[in-house]
Design a protein around this ligand. Sequence first.
Ligand code: KMH
Ligand code: ZN
Length: 304
Amino acid sequence: MARKPKTIISCAITGAIHTPTMSDALPYTADDIASQSIAAAEAGASILHLHARRPEDGGVSVDPDHFAAFLPRIKQATDAVVNISTGGSLHLPISERIKPALTFSPEMCSMNMGSMNFSFHPLAKRYDDWKFDWEKDYVESSEGNIFRNTFADIREAATSLAPHDIKFEHECYDVGHLYNLKFCMDIGLFKAPIFIQFIFGILGGIGPEVDNLIFMKRTADRLFGDDYRWSVLGAGGAQMGLASTAAQMGGNLRVGLEDSLLIRRGQLAESNAQQVAKIRRIVEDLGSEIATPDEARDILGLKG
Ligand code: KMH
Ligand code: ZN
């Protein structure tokens, strides 16, 4: 019987969605982003997906100086693959969002594959004590909720970053984004083999049901054949269940406080490393092995 492929664990350390008011564990100073990243790598994450934040208030930042305050420390202490976000902020143009990746030329960076409404799912009860205000958070601010990734934006990001030979984490929040990705490959923006992050449970994208994971995977199989590797990210309470399912299906997975502040239903995680350790335990208990950073480099064909 063929051996199961090793499972790559990505950890998304802080992101741009959650606010420090929601959990004391969410890192936003350079010290905390560095130490949580190092601990996540030690716990078994072979890829670190990184955003920066303003140290004074935890606001989202795409300022390369804010990345420079933690990246060298992470690189010095771990051999984890660094993956820099180009998602940045819902309020910034793509030209700003790609600056950190252009500045640091990491082994990986994110590439968002379509425009969408982008919100928390209030009915998913991700955080028991979180009160949402439909008028204020979802109607009045609806313009602010548009995550803009037009074909022109995707082309700008792809062509600006092309000389850096960075492997993209293609963020696909719905099945239509897979078709966008296929189209972009057909016109020569991206080369095979590609790495797709299937994302479930963002309001504006596809929901976090296993049926949808199977549907996304089957669609990707049809569109990309053997030319892709894949990983799964479930938002909020869907994180651990979908990650475990992905590993069982022979895929890879992403955890981290960017995607969920929880360690289990109704309980906040203490750290990114706690989530990594939990999913590692599950993956190994179910009979799979996790990939080291060098094995991840090999599986994904990174520049190293
Ligand atoms: N926050 C995730 C749902 C990016 O950084 O480019 C998607 C993400 C986007 O990680
Ligand atoms: Zn991100």
